[in-house]
Design a protein around this ligand. Structure first.
Ligand code: C2G
Length: 137
């Protein structure tokens, strides 16, 4: 049984997230996803529109995901890898090199990001449409 783990905010769940989770899952038999809590997002200086409980439930509903755990801190990865007997740590290549230290515990794989989609761009689009809606009323 090969276990894969990945981490992320997964705000406004989109095809880039699906592609990442699908490819991550294909590396093993089980995929654990650590979803950043709202409190941890603040420390990541990341704003998410969707609250943690909903983000976690949406990720859990994805066919490629076997277990969702909270990501509360930068330092939990090594503990998670040991706790869940992880064989592969996977994350998008926007993080390339940042988690090489985990190769002491498991294989580290950086996957190419999906182009032309991001939660940030989606949040900005929502703001624009909201503003346009106000102007049209
Ligand atoms: N991703 C992707 N393609 C995109 C957008 C995101 O492959 N167009 C990937 C990211 O590289 C990441 C995952 O989807 O592997 C989740 O992305 P985010 O929700 O932006 O997560 P991030 O803020 O990068 O959190 O401790 C690690 C952090 O929690 C990672």
């Amino acid at each position: 049984m090969k276990t894969v783990i990945t981490y992320g905010t997964f705000d406004l769940f989109h095809i880039g997230h699906v592609n990442l989770l699908k490819r991550a899952r294909s590396l093993g038999d089980r995929l654990v996803v650590a979803v950043s809590t709202d409190e941890f997002n603040e420390r990541k200086s990341k704003i998410s529109l969707v609250p943690y409980e909903h983000r976690a439930a949406i990720v859990e509903s994805c066919r490629y995901v076997d277990l969702v755990i909270p990501e509360n801190d930068w330092t939990q990865k090594k503990i998670d890898i040991v706790t869940h007997n992880v064989d592969f740590f996977v994350i998008g290549d926007d993080w390339k090199g940042k988690f090489d230290d985990l190769s002491e515990y498991c294989e580290v794989v950086y996957l190419e990001r999906t182009e032309n989609i991001s939660s940030t761009a989606m949040r900005e689009a929502i703001l624009v449409f909201t503003q346009l809606g106000k102007d049209l009323i």
